[in-house]
Design a protein around this ligand. Structure first.
Ligand code: BDP
Length: 675
């Protein structure tokens, strides 16, 4: 099992005779994929046909009796990969019509020009090595090609290739040459290139006095820049913009608003067919509840954006926590295109040291009912164009990809890249099906006896994957808790962290509100009233603890330690039970994995065994830290039937949780802080 091959393991291919009515580079790449991977009947005849079929949308396709039909070359490419996947996983290959849920299925790379990756846990950037090292090497070209193939195989058709915290230098002519080279490699696989842009580029890079979006010179500057880009990259996708957020510049610096800023860019990109993805990730310390702010700041502009602007909204109102309710902006902006942003990289879910299969999280968000256009107005439907009339539809995932030989930091993290692409293509897919596919593509080899493999490997490992994100929630932030991670690096527990001069909305006590009376953030009508941003019946449901789904309980309510939860246990006890459950889930994962040793190569086996051991350590650290910290407020005993804490809270407060674990399960004592 060569992890670098991802889910595209080389199999000995049978021979196939292909006829095609199209000779584009994309179709040629599709033909090459077929020749390398055909698992059907030997010497089969396969037809690839570009047609005009009204049942097929965008880059969708039909698969029937050894024939693939599509309206576009990309559609043929996706049809081919669907066929190859079905051959490998043993699914039927006839009478299939498949249309993408979203037109633009984009990866956001938080890659910096210097080669580092913000929140990246898989090595440095595959795109950048520094502004002095822009020359394109043969290795670069080969790696980008492999990246493009992997994306095409799961339907991803866009890459924003630099960090949303964008350096103005990204738009320099020298850097744009490299952007062109990247785009030239991605294009033959149906992938458009996008750039994150810094709003202050006209001043910082262009030397203008201002970056005011209504200033004529500024507009001229952006226009010239767009011309330059489109000469190099004729199918350039557009701009991704983080403006007036976490210190990034934006239109508000010049007394303008989000619509002024986004529309200026949209007007410039329009003649080229480009789009602007304008992020709604905004919050400032002055407001009383961070969860309210994106909604408050963006709702007044609903209907004010050009049709080639899409507001890019993170799945939850705060920030990619292990669990959040959906952002209230979904469905509420009825006259504006809105796209979901998911995070594939595990910033808040254990980096690349913990197993967390994220499809269940995204499925949960996509299936959440916003009720904004009646029952059934799920997040998926209010963003994919099936309810509102959006000219463009899109979805973004913050990539977990780097230079590590396995691309993603650990083997199973590849499943998250895979899952994101599959869900972006088909937002109705079930996590279980995605896990099933990925496991078969990644681990199943010819020699396995199918029955044994299914019972001995596939089923238990799939179960482990499907439970893994919930386990992280349980041992870190159960019952709607959020943002109680350690500061800065966001790894491990930090519920106590609140230095005097820290921004309050960056400190965990702001979010958990633990005190002698109870725990949780009151976002009901008697609190910050975030519940009012949701549509009925959600407002009423969430306003009442008894009707709030327990997974969101402490997100919306500050409840007494004795509050009776659905299990019949008091809140304090339930909290302890949740943490304990998370720890035990990971220990069960270890047992599951140890049993499957005979089904995988030893490298994969040992890697995962080590990872789960590390995760078990981390889970216990998280659980002990939170239980003991909250116990200082609850002043109640840990239910006697549960395992006791094993670490001291003073110790846990003194360590950097990223550095304390040493391979094999020893403490790295040199990394104990204050010692
Ligand atoms: C937060 C990350 C930060 C990103 C920011 C964003 O901690 O590194 O820059 O989101 O999405 O989750 O802009």
């Amino acid at each position: 099992n060569d992890a670098h091959e991802l889910w595209l393991k080389k199999q000995p291919a049978k021979s196939v005779v292909i006829s095609s009515n199209n000779k584009s580079v994309i179709v040629n790449n599709a033909i090459e994929a077929l020749k390398n991977g055909w698992q059907g009947e030997n010497n089969a005849r396969l037809k690839l046909r570009i047609v005009k079929d009204k049942a097929i949308n965008n880059d969708g396709f039909k698969l029937d009796n050894n024939q693939i039909k599509a309206n576009t070359p990309s559609g043929i490419l996706y049809g081919v990969y669907e066929l190859l996947r079905r051959q490998q996983t043993g699914e039927n290959t006839n009478s299939i019509l498949s249309n993408p849920s979203y037109q633009n299925r984009i990866l956001n790379h938080w890659d910096n020009l210097d080669g580092s990756v913000e929140r990246g846990y898989a090595g440095n950037s595959i795109f950048w090595r520094g502004e002095k090292d822009l020359a394109v090497t043969a290795n670069d070209l080969e790696l980008w090609k492999q990246y493009a193939i992997a994306n095409a195989s799961i339907g991803i058709n866009g890459s924003a290739i630099n960090n949303v915290n964008a350096s103005p230098k990204m738009l320099s002519s020298a850097v744009l040459q490299r952007v062109k080279s990247i785009a030239d490699v991605l294009r033959p696989f149906g992938i458009k290139t996008y750039l994150s842009v810094n709003f202050a580029s006209p001043a910082v890079l262009g030397g203008l006095k201002t970056s005011d979006p209504l200033n004529a010179d500024v507009i001229k500057w952006w226009k010239a820049k767009a011309d330059e880009i489109y000469k190099l990259v004729p199918d350039f996708g557009g701009f991704l913009v983080k403006a007036n957020s976490e210190g990034e510049p934006g239109p508000q610096d010049f007394g303008r608003n989000h619509a002024d800023g986004a529309n200026m860019m949209a007007d410039i990109l329009k003649p080229y067919g480009g789009i602007v993805m304008w992020r709604a990730f905004v919050y400032s310390p002055s407001n009383k509840d961070r969860a309210l702010q994106a909604y408050l700041e963006f709702m007044p502009f609903d209907g004010k954006f050009r049709d080639n602007v899409i507001i890019q909204v993170k799945n939850g109102p705060i920030d990619f926590q292990p669990r959040e309710p959906f952002s209230a902006l979904f469905g509420a902006m009825k006259k504006t295109s809105v796209m979901p942003e998911f995070q594939i990289t595990q910033e808040y879910l254990g980096h690349s040291n913990q197993l967390a299969f994220l499809a269940p999280m995204w499925e949960e968000t996509l299936n959440s009912d916003t009720y904004q256009n009646g029952e059934g107005s799920t997040v998926a439907k209010v963003t994919n164009g099936s309810i509102y009339n959006q000219k463009y539809t899109a979805i973004a995932g913050v990539a977990n990809i780097g230079l590590d030989s396995n691309w993603c930091g650990y083997n199973f993290a590849q499943a998250n890249w895979y899952a994101y692409g599959r869900l972006a293509w088909n937002d109705k897919l079930k996590s279980s099906q995605i896990a099933d596919e990925w496991l078969k593509l990644t681990f199943k080899s010819e020699k396995e006896n199918a029955d044994n493999w299914t019972v001995g490997f596939l089923e238990p490992v799939k179960k482990m994957m499907l439970e893994s994100r919930e386990a992280v929630v349980n041992y870190s932030m159960p019952l709607g808790l959020h943002h109680i991670f350690a500061a800065h690096h966001h790894y491990g527990p930090g519920p106590w962290w609140a230095p005097k001069n820290a921004r309050p909305d960056w400190t965990p006590p702001y979010y958990h509100q633990a005190d002698s009376t109870g725990l949780g953030f009151n976002r009901t009508k008697t609190g910050s009233n975030a519940v009012s941003q949701y549509h009925e019946p959600l407002t009423s449901q969430l306003n009442n603890a008894a009707t709030t789904p327990e997974i969101y309980l402490l997100w919306f309510h500050h409840l007494s330690w004795d509050y009776k939860t659905k299990s019949g246990r008091k809140l304090w006890d339930e909290l302890c039970y949740s943490y304990d459950k998370g720890v035990n889930q990971v220990r069960d994962f270890q047992k599951t994995w140890d049993k499957i040793e005979n089904y995988v190569d030893s490298t994969s086996f040992v890697e995962m065994q080590k990872l789960l051991k590390h995760q078990a350590f981390d889970a216990k650290v998280y659980s002990d830290a939170c239980v003991m910290y909250f116990q200082q407020f609850s002043k109640r005993p840990i239910p006697f039937e549960l395992e006791r804490p094993v670490y001291n809270i003073e110790f846990l407060q003194s360590i950097d949780p990223r550095l304390i674990y040493q391979e094999g399960g020893n403490f790295n004592t040199s990394k104990i802080l204050n010692s």
